[in-house]
Ligand binder design. Structure first.
Ligand SMILES: *Cc1c(COP(=O)(O)O)cnc(C)c1O
Length: 454
């Protein structure tokens, strides 16, 4: 074991060193991948040196998500305290279903969930769990909504015409999950949003009313805290009232920006969250833990038991349900995703989490100021968002992003809203500084100047 840990340390040292000079790994076209790297496995073992060499090549050729040049998705950076926790989780290799198998790690998970519920303002009836990503925590929210509408579904299957509501700018996991849940993709109602990407509550209300008249059963409204493209926040306050009036479950998908709950300055963006039935967020996005670290919390913990508990005498042999977290989980065996969040939280405190969140908004302000004051840029995004959407000199966003990627300059993506397509710079890496953001634009502008034809 220790020998491989040494190999690990060497590789990581090399990677960190190389990242400083080369924030983007050299692009390997997918068509050349198997010629460039020896990824094949064979019948016989390979020589140790050869193995180490191949491993090093693989590590150094992998896209770098922790550097000052990665703005491609809604995660980035490398928070060392959280990495420490995740490395330990791998070494310990517990499964989080029972106290017997995970011991004090159960306490780690419980502390995080309890603290999150407290921050939201929920009482001791609340609870939560970790699942492998925001798509899955959204799925859990949908299943609880379905089962709380009709407890028999668990046994008899879906027999009623159920509908769910989400904005047209929400995450694609909603229709996928509707298919998984037996509700059906065709029964997802996409509510229009305003020019800032925020769901229109009036149209939501109309859509629910119309469906009820037509014999449908509205079971869930999904509000988004940070839409995937624009980073917009639906008005939870307005939507919660509509849900209350119509007796519909409210889930808040905060995968991207739900972590604003940790910030005094920005938590107003999720005002009314206390009235939601369930809320999910990804600590691997705004908080910056390694992938994946996704939580769902529920106002009434009983819904977690109702939808996810199943007796299993071969598994649950000691201790109370409160410590056997498998009783409220989507999975059986479950990775310890809580420890990396805990090591970070324990070390920096809630104030430290707040700083992480606030810094991302600061970096977004830096970026927005820069492009707003430069006539070569067209701006498509709004305040209070860490997604900075823009175009440069009218160049096609799609072509510019692809070109920057293929030439190993910057990893940044493009998105679209209504008729516009634009570059989306995401200031989610809290290790970045003001200079890193300004440098992003410098590289982009220099690249455009040097590249005659794009
Ligand atoms: C990222 C994201 C998800 C999905 O989370 P995964 O962890 O990638 O499955 C869901 N909703 C929103 C708004 C997101 O930004």
């Amino acid at each position: 074991m220790l020998k491989d840990i040494e190999v690990f340390n060497k590789l990581v040292t090399k990677l960190l060193e190389d990242e400083k000079n080369n924030p983007v790994a050299k692009h390997i076209p997918s068509s050349d991948l198997f010629q460039e790297l020896d990824l094949s496995v064979s019948e016989n073992p390979i020589d140790e040196n050869k193995f180490n060499q191949v491993l090093e090549e693989l590590v150094l050729a992998t896209p770098r998500t922790a550097t000052t040049a990665f703005f491609n998705q809604l995660f980035g950076g490398r928070n060392s305290k959280a990495v420490l926790g995740d490395l330990l989780a791998v070494m310990l290799n517990n499964s989080m279903y029972t106290y017997k198998a995970a011991g004090p790690q159960i306490g780690v998970e419980k502390v995080i969930l309890d603290e999150v519920c407290k921050i939201i303002g929920w009482d001791k009836n609340s609870g939560g769990t970790f699942a492998p990503g925001g798509s899955m925590t959204n799925f859990m929210g949908m299943l609880m909504a379905r089962d709380s509408f009709n407890q028999k579904v668990r046994y008899e299957g879906v027999t009623q015409k159920m509908t769910v509501y989400t904005s047209k700018d929400s995450h694609y996991s909603i229709p996928k999950n509707a298919a998984f849940a037996g509700i059906g993709r065709d029964n997802v109602r996409y509510i229009p949003s305003n020019e800032k990407g925020v769901m229109d509550p009036q149209q939501l209300n109309n859509s629910i009313k119309k469906d009820i008249e037509n014999g449908f059963h509205p079971i869930l409204v999904n509000a988004t805290a940070g839409t995937t493209v624009l980073g917009a926040f639906d008005s939870i306050k307005d939507i919660s009232q509509i849900c209350l009036d119509n007796n519909v479950w409210l889930h808040v998908d905060g995968a991207y920006c739900g972590s604003v709950i940790f910030s005094e300055k920005y938590k107003h963006l999720v005002e009314g969250l206390v009235k939601a039935d369930s809320f999910s967020f990804n600590a691997h996005k705004m908080i910056g833990t390694p992938l994946s670290c996704s939580l769902i919390v529920v106002k009434e913990k009983k819904h977690l038991y109702d939808s996810f508990s199943n007796d299993a005498s071969y598994l649950y042999q000691t201790d109370h349900d409160d410590f056997n977290l498998g009783k409220t989980s989507l999975q059986c065996g479950r990775r310890n995703d809580a420890l990396k969040f805990w090591t970070l939280w324990k070390s920096v405190g809630t104030k430290g989490l707040e700083k992480i969140v606030d810094h991302q908004f600061y970096l977004a302000d830096v970026a927005r100021d820069y492009i707003s004051n430069n006539p070569n840029y067209t701006v498509y995004s709004y305040d209070d968002s860490i997604s900075i959407c823009f175009n440069y000199k009218g160049i096609s966003a799609r072509e510019l992003c692809t070109s920057l990627y293929e030439k190993s300059e910057l990893l940044v993506g493009y998105g679209s809203f209504n008729e516009d397509e634009f570059i989306r710079l995401v200031t989610i890496n809290a290790q970045n500084k003001k200079e890193d953001i300004l440098n992003f634009f410098k590289i982009l502008e220099q690249f455009v100047e040097d590249t005659v034809v794009i």
